[in-house]
Each structure stands twice: as structure tokens, then as C-alpha cells.
Design a binder for this molecule. Structure first.
Ligand SMILES: Nc1ncnc2c1ncn2[C@@H]1O[C@H](COP(=O)(O)OP(=O)(O)O)[C@@H](O)[C@H]1O
Ligand SMILES: [Mg+2]
Length: 401
């Protein structure tokens, strides 16, 4: 099923109800009506608009304040949002041009029947979908899913998830501009997720919308909901408002993961600490689970419990322990050996304690590769990224015709 979100902005009640009802009839459309004037939108409303596929608003282009409000609105265009203006049918061409210059994609005459408007909107939705499908056609035959889980809170799971994702881009070329891989980092820690903070990305409403409404996410929804950093890294951050963890349906998560795997070579998921029902569809699709721990007894015990939990239903799940905040010792000490035994594993990855680099990354809201590329912390995660790339090579892309 395909879904499209439409935002209808108008303080005119009869317009809003007339057009709104017609839009409701569009297959798979979710219509959100905002009773306000385009000239009165504050920053939050502008941000909200950019989270929609289509934004429709009534405007009088002779009003300079409205024109500049439209410019602010379209400037925030995140990805592919389409902006449509409803205006007087007798609009002179010069005024229509002013709207186009302000960033509006199309000018629709009003009044006209709601159905005519719905038809035009439907065409924009179809055009947009086709463009997105083309963009991802043959991109990937099956991305690799890497899930990151913490043995205890504050262990460094998000630090590792975010920077692992960044390094999986495997950037090359002059100034390391070209990413060799398509990578997305997804914050499934819906309630306390901090991926957005680590990357200075605003909270996003997408996952909240998913939790609040019962639809299955598709490529179009994912593309609309994520943010892309200049490096090319795609980010699906957690919402700002509180989303009950169990509001997400397992089928929605299954569809989200399946869609992400068709769009990206590597999907890095920051898992919540709670073991909710929809973890299962993630684990089923997981190519590698990294459990982040340290060598203290409580963490090792928690890691053991986690491992037992995830392996109970997924015996073949490839789980690997990552020791954070400790450099690999020359020789394993007694407590290391005991931990290895308790976890029935060998520790292949150690990431040094490096508060300075960790702090820099947080303060700047940037990946380590940008702010502390030569730090011990960056080197540790980089080694993890290289091992991941070697062990989970991306599927060969189908070359588009
Ligand atoms: N290897 C490390 N050395 C020093 N500080 C670290 C390291 N890894 C993470 N941190 C810091 O620990 C804190 C918790 O990290 P975070 O990634 O949010 O953990 P989690 O997601 O497991 O709760 C953050 O302040 C982070 O900068
Ligand atoms: Mg975290």
C-alpha cells in the first residue's frame, strides 16, 4: 500500500472542508488540515509542512507578506515536498510567476470543484512517486541490516551506531566526497532516542506518525521522513513528542525494514533498551547484531540476558560483542576471560575510552569523522566499520538500464 501525507493550510472554513473532503478520497492519502493563514505560520509550522508529501495553501499573491512567507516555507523543502498554491482563477500571469519564483511547484485556480483539485493533486502524487521509484530502481538487491543494542544505558550504543553508519559510507575521492555505499541510520529508540542530537538533526515526526496511524510505510514515506546529511548519510530520527513504544505494530516495523533494505546498502538500527514485540521483525531481518558492553559484572550479565533473549527465537542470529570504553589489552586479564566465558564468545572489537573525542562529537553534533577523525574513538569505530564491510559486503547493485 502506498501512502501520501497532504497538509492543507487555510483559514477559510468552507475551502478547507470542500477541498479537504475531496482530498480524503485520494487513495492512500492522509490529509492534515491546519486552520491558519499562510502568512501566519511560525517556525514549527514551517517544519511540520516539510514533513508532508504535498502542501496546499490558499494565497493572494498580491500580498507581499504572504509571498515572503511562502519563500520561507519552500526554503525548508526537505527532499521532495511539493508546494501547491490555490489562488483566484483570474490571476494575472505575472502574479502566477511571482508564486513560482517563491518556490511554488504549481498554481491551482480556486474556486473550482474540490474534485478538480483532488485530481491535480493526485497527478502530483503520481509524478512524485515515479521520481522516487526511479531514483531507487536497481539501487540494491538487499541491503544489510546492522542492529545495535546496549547492554546497559549510557554504554555508548548510539555513539557507535551513528559513527558506524557514517563510516560505512566508505567515502572516497577528492575530499572524500563520494560515498561508496548508501547508508541510513534509524533511531528505533522511539522514546529516548538521541541519534538526532548526535547528528544535529531536528526531531522528526515520521516515526510518531507511524506509531499513531495504522499504515505500512513504503519507499515514498521513508524518503519523505528521512533527512540527508551533506555526507550522504540518511537519518531517520526519533520524534520529539512521546511515542508509546508498543504503538508501533510489528507489521509496520517489518514493512519499514523491508523497504529500507531495498533503498540502502546498509541499514544501521539503534534499538531501544526495552524488549518490545516489534523487535522480533527487526531481529528476523538482522544480518549482524552488535551488543555494546563493558567489562563490568552488571554489564556482562545484562549482555548475557540480552543474548539469551534474542537467540531464543533466532538461533542463527549473528551476534557480536563490542567492548566499549576499553582499549584492547595486550593480554586478557582474569575478568576478561571470565566475561568471555560467560558470554560464550571472543571479544573481537574493543573501542578505547576517549571522553575528549566523544564530547567533541556531541558538542558539534557531527560524526567523529568530521571533528576527531584521528582520535582513538574514531579509529576504534573505523576498525569496526572495516570489519563490517569485509564480513557483510553489499550486494552487487543491479545496473539500471
Ligand atoms: N568510547 C567512549 N569513550 C568515552 N566516552 C564515550 C565513549 N562512548 C560513548 N561515550 C559517551 O558516553 C555517553 C553515552 O553514550 P551514548 O552513545 O549516548 O550511549 P547509549 O546510547 O548506550 O545510551 C555519551 O556522553 C558519549 O559521548
Ligand atoms: Mg542511545
Amino acid at each position: 500500500m502506498s501512502t501520501s501525507s497532504i497538509l492543507l493550510i487555510s483559514s477559510d472554513e468552507s475551502l478547507s472542508s470542500d477541498v479537504g473532503h475531496a482530498l480524503d478520497e485520494i487513495d492512500g492519502a492522509r490529509v492534515n488540515r491546519q486552520a491558519m493563514n499562510i502568512g501566519q505560520m511560525n517556525g514549527a509550522a514551517v517544519g511540520l509542512a516539510a514533513d508532508h508529501d504535498i502542501v496546499i495553501f490558499a494565497t493572494d499573491p498580491s500580498n507581499a507578506a504572504e509571498l515572503s512567507a511562502i519563500e520561507v516555507l519552500t526554503d525548508r523543502r526537505a527532499g521532495d515536498t511539493v508546494y501547491l498554491a490555490l489562488t483566484d482563477a483570474d490571476l494575472p500571469l505575472s502574479k502566477a510567476r511571482a508564486l513560482t519564483r517563491a518556490g511554488v511547484d504549481d498554481v491551482l485556480p480556486y474556486p473550482s470543484s474540490g474534485n478538480e483539485i483532488a485530481e491535480q493533486v493526485g497527478q502530483w502524487i503520481a509524478r512524485k512517486r515515479a521520481a522516487i521509484e526511479e531514483r531507487y530502481a536497481g539501487a540494491s538487491t538487499g541491503g544489510k541490516l546492522i542492529a545495535v543494542q546496549q547492554a546497559r544505558g549510557g554504554i555508548g550504543a548510539t555513539t557507535i551506531a551513528v559513527n558506524l553508519a557514517d563510516m560505512l559510507l566508505n567515502r572516497r575521492g577528492t575530499f572524500r566526497k563520494e560515498a561508496s555505499n548508501r547508508v541510513v541510520v534509524v533511531d528505533l529508540d522511539l522514546q529516548f532516542g538521541t541519534v538526532g542530537d548526535f547528528l544535529d538533526v531536528d526531531e522528526q515526526e515520521g516515526l510518531l506518525q507511524l506509531a499513531a496511524e495504522n499504515f505500512l510505510p513504503d519507499t515514498n514515506w521513508v524518503e519523505q521522513s528521512l533527512v540527508r546529511l551533506p555526507s550522504g548519510l540518511a537519518v531517520l530520527a526519533a520524534p520529539q513528542r512521546f511515542a508509546p513504544l508498543d504503538a508501533l505494530q510489528p507489521a509496520q516495523v517489518e514493512s519499514l525494514i523491508a523497504t529500507l533494505k531495498t533503498m540502502f546498502d546498509y541499514v544501521v538500527v539503534d534499538l531501544p533498551r526495552a524488549l518490545v514485540g516489534w523487535i522480533e521483525p527487526v531481529l528476523v531481518e538482522t544480518d549482524r547484531l552488535y551488543i555494546i558492553t563493558d567489562m563490568t559484572v552488571p554489564s556482562v550479565r545484562a549482555a548475557r540476558r540480552l543474548m539469551d533473549f534474542v537467540l531464543a527465537d533466532n538461533t542463527a542470529l549473528p551476534v557480536e560483542m563490542i567492548v566499549n570504553r576499553e582499549k584492547k589489552p595486550m593480554m586478557l586479564r582474569e575478568h576478561h576471560r571470565e566475561a568471555a566465558k560467560a558470554l560464550d564468545t571472543t571479544f573481537n572489537h574493543w573501542i578505547a575510552d576517549d571522553p575528549k573525542a566523544a564530547r567533541m562529537a556531541i558538542d558539534y553534533g557531527k560524526p567523529l569523522s568530521d571533528v576527531a577523525a584521528r582520535s582513538d574513538l574514531a579509529k576504534g569505530i573505523s576498525a569496526l566499520a572495516r570489519a563490517t564491510l569485509a564480513q557483510l559486503p553489499k550486494d552487487a547493485a543491479v545496473v539500471a538500464g
